[in-house]
Every structure is written in C-alpha cells, then in structure tokens.
Design a protein. Structure first.
Length: 405
C-alpha cells in the first residue's frame, strides 16, 4: 500500500506533519479532515528501487526503550483529549524503528476497523506482551487508559533497570574469562611448542610442571578441532535438554540452588513477581488473571509452578499468603508482607513496596558479587598465566644453575 507525506494546520493554528499508508490521496485527505486538520498538503512518498536485502532473525527487534517512549507519549496524548486513532497516527509517523512503525500503522487500521485497542495490540505479541494487553484492556473498560499507560511505562522502565543491573554484573566476569581463555590458548598452541623444541635440543630431564604443560599443549594442538566441536555439541545438548519440560525444571532448580548466582536469581524473581502483580492489581486486573500472566512470564519453571499452585489454592478459597509459604520458593518476609496486604486490603501497595525493597536488594547483591569476583578473577588469571610462564622457565633456571655450578 502506498505511503503519503502530509502537512496540515491543527485546530490550534500549529503545523503538523506525518506519513499515512493508504490506498488513495482522497482517503488520506478525508481522514485528516475527520481529525480537524485544515490547509492539507499531501504528496506521495517516493518509491525506492524495490530491492530489499534478505532479513535475518525476523527483522528489527522492538526495543524496550522504544516501547517506553511510545507508552509515555501515548498516555500524554490520551490525557490531553486526542482521539485514539489520531494518537496512533502521530506516534507511528514519528517512529524511527521501521518494524515498530509498521506495527503501529497496523494497530491503527485495526482500531479504525472497529477493534478495541487491546484486541489490536494482542495481534502483535512481538511488541506487546500479555501484561501490556491485559492492562490496556483494564484501562479501556475502566476509562483510565492514560493512567494505565503511565503505570505501564513506569513498570517497563523499572524492568529495564533490573535487566541492566544483571547484564552489567555479567559483563566483567565474562570479559575476564574470555581474555583468560584466549591468552592461555595462544600460549599453549603457539608459544609452548617453541619452548618444547628448544628443551628437546638441550636434552636432560624436565621438571614435572614443564612436562605437564607440554603434554597439555600437545593435546590441545592435536585435538583442537575436536575440543571446539565437543564444546558446541555440549552447548547444543544442554539447550536441547532445557527445551524439554523435565530438563527446564531440573536446570532451573539447579540455578536457584547455585552458590553465588542462586540467591541473586531468587531476588530477581521476587522483584519481578511482586512488581508485575502489583502493577496489574492496582490497574484493576483480577488477581486470578494477574497470577496466570505472572506465571507465564516468570522465566523459571520452579517459580512458575509455585505461582500456579498459589493460583490453584486461591481458586479453592484460600488466601494468597498460605500457599506462598507452602511452596517454599518465596522468602518468609515476602509471605508475611503479602499476608498483611491481604488483611488490610492494600495488596497492590504492599506488592509494590516489596518490589522496591527487592530492587534495592538486587542492586546490593550485584555490587557485592562484582566486588567479590574482581579479586578472584584477577587471582585466577594471574595464577593460570603465571603458572604457565614459570613452568616453561623452570628448565632454563635449572640449566643456568647447572652451568653456574
């Protein structure tokens, strides 16, 4: 469908520009007049060469930052009294992410065809997840769409911050380990064989550390491709195992019990659970629907099953705190605070307080883990590389001692 660039005057006297995808110029003009625009100028967008490079990975990903900006701007426009379709048109025309822009135009067309905004969003799960769709549906029903969108933007921003903290904690150790593997690999494959030839020419008995390093170097040089293949085969096997229900459950259970990462994973899960459920409850989404959505987005099979068991218990007439305590996944403090929230009728406020607390806990845990890993990684790197160097210089020291004697 062709695109048209338009420029027109608004009711307040200002000038506005945009792009509309439509069948004809007359349709574009009729749409703009319907929204109250005047002095309309429309030009067909120039066509390209009609050649596109093949896309890999299903096109450009919808970034969370784009989603936050869209949600906040949409909330402001709705609060200002602009019609829904006009908001979508304006936001789509100024969207730089072409994949997201295309989705917004399709949503606009769905709304114009009679669909609710939530139904139109649900057709594009790549950009709008179940949480987003259900909260928008609650906002449409309650007539508080602008308020819901503001809450959604705040939720996504805090979720982004949490992910950024975790990624930031992983960058340093992964970088150091990668450098260590490359350095040790280069030494073993290229440097050690040179030393080994030199030692053969010298003759004599080599120290045990030197023999070990040379044997390790010979093994790595001989079976380098086999090792690389075994590594990728192991990664593939783990992924394949994790794709099965039993494998996912076992690996997620081990992750929660891991010595250093386990407590952090649990804290992240609690923060995500309380933040998401708190946002949904405060927006008017029924607790049963909220728990189902939270379970699906838990990211850990053990926690997902725990949330489903809580949902099942609530459907049988129990309180939320009782099954939460029984599942053994959530800390006692979280269970007690939720019990207080249920008793006082302030569940949403209590869930958000727990989320704020655990956001800080995650921040502290990430900082402590990073501070602890820095010296450990430095010691590991120094010991590994230094050990290789010392092992290869031991025969030289021995030879020098023999010559000096």
């Amino acid at each position: 469908m062709p695109k048209f660039n338009w420029e027109a005057r608004t009711r307040t006297g200002g000038t506005q520009k945009g792009v509309i995808e439509a069948a004809t110029v007359d349709f574009v003009e009729a749409q703009l007049k319907k929204y109250g625009f005047s002095n309309i100028s429309i030009k067909a967008e120039a066509k390209g060469l009609g050649f596109k490079l093949p896309s890999f990975g299903g096109g450009k990903k919808i970034d969370e930052k784009d989603l936050v900006i869209f949600t906040r701007q949409f909330s402001t426009m709705i609060d200002s009294g602009l019609p829904l379709v006009q908001c979508l048109e304006i936001l789509a025309s100024q969207q730089e992410n072409k994949a997201f822009q295309e989705i917004l135009y399709k949503i606009k067309e769905s709304v114009e065809s009679g669909s609710t905004f939530a139904d139109a969003l649900s057709k594009h799960p790549r950009a709008f997840d179940q949480l987003f769709v259900n909260l928008v549906a609650a906002g449409e029903i309650g007539g508080i769409l602008d308020t819901i969108l503001t809450r959604l933007a705040a939720y996504i921003e805090k979720s982004m911050k949490l992910k950024k903290q975790i990624k930031g904690a992983m960058v340093y150790p992964i970088t150091i380990m990668s450098i260590a593997v490359v350095v040790v690999g280069v030494i073993l494959i290229f440097v050690i064989p040179t030393f080994a030839k030199m030692f053969v020419e010298f003759g004599g008995e080599l120290p045990a550390p030197t023999k070990f390093v040379i044997a390790l170097s010979n093994f790595l040089v001989k079976y380098f491709l086999v090792i690389i293949g075994a590594f990728y085969a192991t990664v593939w096997a783990i992924k394949k195992y994790y794709s099965t229900p039993v494998g996912q459950k076992n690996i997620d259970r081990m992750a929660l019990k891991a010595p250093i990462a386990g407590p952090l994973i649990r804290k992240v899960a609690v923060a995500k659970f309380t933040r998401t459920l708190g946002t949904m409850v405060s927006s008017g989404v029924p607790i049963m629907d909220g728990l189902e959505i939270v379970a699906k987005t838990a990211g850990n099979k053990i926690i997902e099953e725990a949330i489903y068991s809580v949902r099942q218990a609530i459907s049988e007439g129990k309180t939320m705190a009782e099954p939460l305590a029984a599942c053994g996944v959530f800390p006692p403090m979280v269970v007690q605070m939720i019990a207080v929230g249920e008793a006082t009728g302030a569940m949403d406020a209590m869930l958000n307080k727990i989320a704020d607390f655990y956001d800080d806990e995650v921040d502290d845990a990430v900082g402590a883990m990073t501070a602890m890993m820095e010296p450990l990684l430095m010691v590991f790197l120094g010991t590994t590389v230094g050990g290789l160097v010392v092992a290869m210089y031991l025969p030289i020291f021995k030879l020098a001692g023999a010559v000096g004697g």
